[in-house]
Design a binder for this molecule. Structure first.
Ligand SMILES: NC(=O)c1ccc[n+]([C@@H]2O[C@H](COP(=O)([O-])OP(=O)(O)OC[C@H]3O[C@@H](n4cnc5c(N)ncnc54)[C@H](O)[C@@H]3O)[C@@H](O)[C@H]2O)c1
Ligand SMILES: O=C(O)C[C@H](O)C(=O)O
Length: 350
């Protein structure tokens, strides 16, 4: 084990047993933007103390140790300890939550597919580490791209952990879709329900407004009143949401960070504590065959979380347009799965 000395605070209030949260790529941009909010209670709520396990590459270990010092300086009442690792087995030992962020981000001109080979190897190693030593209640969100397929790879190497515990982040896309709809209709974000992201966290994703409401009225009706018809949805809304990652890279000069960290925190918090009673969210979860998505593929769906389970919202009517868009994104996921299979990156569970 290559942990640095943990700092623990015996005077911290004990509400329940602390949950061990393993954050990979902890010294990277999203990792750094995530860990302080996790320590403040934004990950598992204000009643669950946490221990942070920060996993980094050996060359970034010192930077992660610096982050650990800053976490200590935050004197967070919920933070019961921080340890830094450069070994995946040690970092996932006893983990209840995995924030699998560490991976190379896309730079200008790169497509997500270019990241497949560069990043996929990371998730085989981490899947095996989870299988060996994570806690029984372990659940993970993969942020590192290509997130859906990386989650699939990790799950394939962890045959003893229920597959549904490996999910990928499409909550950022969900937030982007909600924000774009709010802007187009002049509504408040809080008035919007029922937006859904289907498929891959990539340009092929399908941000779906057909079930969305704005202040309890069908979103498509509200948009139509403003002169924004299906053509606007098809030509402006969908490409804007699906291409937002690239837009951020172009405008900011680097891939999204704080919005991604916020989305990852919301994803885990809703999974652990439940989605609001009157709506759903979007998460990429292993398909149970719903909506024709092949079983096991990690695809984004509208989900409702209750009692620590993320269930795909059943029986939504999908019109021809929606079905075609979903099928296109699922085809891309199948191609990614095929590519990692050919690279020999999949584990014993297929
Ligand atoms: N799903 C989403 O919505 C979403 C949104 C934004 C970014 N991302 C992705 O998140 C990932 C991280 O982005 P970032 O901006 O934080 O990148 P970054 O380069 O700032 O940080 C990545 C960190 O991961 C570390 N790392 C690499 N391999 C590792 C390994 N095997 N174990 C542990 N740590 C490892 C690196 O040392 C680095 O510190 C990228 O793949 C990016 O494309 C996903
Ligand atoms: O698009 C990217 O490569 C970065 C990230 O996945 C995003 O959606 O912002």
């Amino acid at each position: 084990m290559t942990a640095s000395g943990p700092h623990s605070r015996p005077d911290a209030p004990r509400r329940s047993r602390p949950a061990t949260v393993t954050v990979t790529g902890a010294a990277g941009q999203i990792g750094y933007a995530t860990v302080f909010r996790a320590a403040a209670g934004d990950l598992l709520g204000p009643d669950t103390p946490i221990r942070l396990h920060l996993l980094e590459l050996p060359q970034a270990r010192r930077a992660a140790e610096g982050t650990a010092l800053e976490l200590q300086d935050g004197a967070f009442p919920l933070l019961e300890g921080v340890e830094v690792f450069d070994d995946a087995d040690a970092a996932f030992d006893g983990a209840s939550v995995g924030l699998l962020i560490g991976a190379r981000p896309r730079s200008q001109g790169m497509e997500r597919a270019d990241l497949l080979e560069a990043n996929a190897g990371i998730f085989s190693v981490q899947g095996r580490a989870v299988n060996r030593g994570a806690a029984e209640d372990f659940r993970a969100v993969v942020v590192g791209n290509p997130a859906n397929t990386n989650a699939y790879i990790a799950a394939s190497h962890a045959p003893d952990v229920p597959r549904e515990r490996f999910t990928a982040l499409t909550r950022l896309d969900h937030h982007r879709a909600v924000a774009q709809l709010a802007e187009a209709t002049g509504a408040r974000v809080a008035e919007i329900r029922g937006v859904a992201i289907w498929g891959n966290h990539s340009a092929s994703q399908y941000p779906d407004l057909t079930h969305a409401t704005v202040a309890s009225r069908p979103a498509l009706e509200v948009l139509a009143e403003q002169g924004l018809g299906l053509d606007w949805v098809d030509r402006t809304f969908i490409p804007r949401v699906a291409g937002r990652g690239a837009e951020i890279i172009d405008v900011r000069g680097g891939s999204s960070v704080a919005s991604a960290a916020h989305a990852a925190l919301c994803h885990v918090r809703d999974w652990a504590l439940g989605t609001p009673a009157d709506t759903w969210t979007s998460m990429a979860v292993p398909s149970d065959g719903s909506y024709g998505v092949p079983e096991g593929l990690v695809s984004s769906f509208p989900v409702v979380c209750r009692d620590g389970r993320a269930g795909i919202v059943p029986d939504l009517a999908l019109d021809d347009f929606s079905r075609t868009r979903l099928e296109r994104s699922v085809r891309e996921l199948e191609e990614e799965r095929e590519a990692v299979q050919q690279l020999g990156l999949l584990g014993p569970r297929r």
